[in-house]
Design a protein around this ligand. Structure first.
Ligand SMILES: [Zn+2]
Length: 348
């Protein structure tokens, strides 16, 4: 795997000067797409490379694929360079085939399929063949400790960018023990054998800016990302793990991440549950919590003020949240929609 990525990096290196000549793109842009409680996050680097993390759901037909394609068009992409599937739950890979029919996808990355005994269910038997049809076997496995080989500017005119995997398949970078083993004095929960716990978790750094996107990893994996070694450190932007569900968002990790801005990929009836909402609000460094949807289940116990919610009144919404990072200036902005009013935050 590493060798394959190294070869790819060399060919990309050759094209770099051409890309820099225009210097048309100077920010790192991150689009949090409305998958109605599913996952899909589009990253476009200052050098114009693109990474899509997850592809929402298959049903209702074409909704999520069209939303992802629209975001790609808004970002003026002609292709997706890397498509990472964090795990094989229906709200994270269902839209892949329809999307692949709308825009070319160069490389597919995942953590490998679920264990065989977890493949015997109708959803997997329906969706995985569509995934295989989209990828045509062109898939690279991403392990904890690996990088996705994004292009960098060899002349250093653009701050370094790195997309790094810290957890994958229930393995954590630098941790060789049993994730589910009890730890005296800490709340380790029952083993989670679901796909969620096996999600790929990623850190994207651009200069001093840091973004954590942990897919749907759950409590015990989160704990070991922060303890005994704090693998990630403070982040500027946090994609609230697992749509904001309380199965995830272990306060030990949240305190270690100490984010400035949080974005929850929730749905009208899914995610950003009260315990998570309370834990996020209790973090001293948090300046803003954004949500894709107003959650009708929890009222003020699970909803940020209206101006931070992308889809407040229309549950069918489709509105996205966009973050743009200017690492040279040391700031990033967040807005609702591609060009809505921006709030600016400092990168410490
Ligand atoms: Zn999910």
């Amino acid at each position: 795997m590493r060798r394959a990525f190294a070869a790819l990096a060399i060919t990309m290196f050759a094209a770099l000067n051409t890309d820099l000549a225009g210097e048309s793109r100077r920010t790192l842009d991150i689009y949090f797409l409305d998958m109605m409680g599913g996952g899909s996050t589009l990253i476009v680097t200052p050098l114009g490379e693109s990474v899509l993390i997850d592809t929402g759901s298959l049903e209702p037909k074409h909704r999520d694929a069209e939303r992802m394609h629209r975001a790609c068009q808004q970002a003026r992409l002609e292709r997706i360079d890397y498509l990472i599937t964090t795990h094989f739950d229906s709200d994270h890979y269902g839209g892949i085939l329809e999307l692949s029919r709308r825009i070319p996808i160069k490389r597919f990355i995942d953590k490998g399929p679920p264990p065989r005994h977890q493949q015997d269910n109708k959803t997997f038997r329906t969706l995985y063949p569509l995934y295989q049809q989209a990828t045509k076997g062109n898939v690279t496995a991403l392990h904890a400790g690996d990088d996705v080989p994004l292009k960098n500017d060899p002349a250093g005119r653009i701050p370094p960018i790195r997309l790094h995997c810290v957890a994958s398949g229930k393995e954590i970078e630098g941790f060789g023990g049993d994730i589910d083993a009890p730890v005296k004095g800490f709340n380790i929960r029952r083993p989670d054998e679901s796909e969620n716990a096996r999600s790929i978790a990623l850190i994207l750094t651009y200069g001093k800016f840091k973004f954590f996107a942990g897919g749907d990893i759950t409590w015990n994996v989160e704990y070991h990302l922060a303890h005994p070694v704090n693998c990630i450190g403070k982040v500027d932007l946090y994609q609230v793990t697992h749509h904001g569900l309380d199965q995830s968002n272990n306060p030990t990790l949240l305190e270690a991440l100490s984010p400035t801005v949080c974005v929850a990929m929730n749905g009208p009836k899914k995610g950003i549950q009260p315990n998570t909402f309370r834990a996020l609000n209790a973090l001293p460094g948090v300046k803003a919590i954004y949500q894709i949807h107003y959650n009708i289940l929890y009222g003020d116990a699970g909803n940020t003020p209206d101006e931070f919610i992308a889809n407040k009144t229309n549950p069918e919404g489709g509105e996205l949240i966009k973050a743009s990072v200017d690492a040279k200036q040391g700031t990033f902005t967040v807005c609702i929609g591609v060009d809505g009013p921006k709030r600016e935050f400092t990168i410490p």
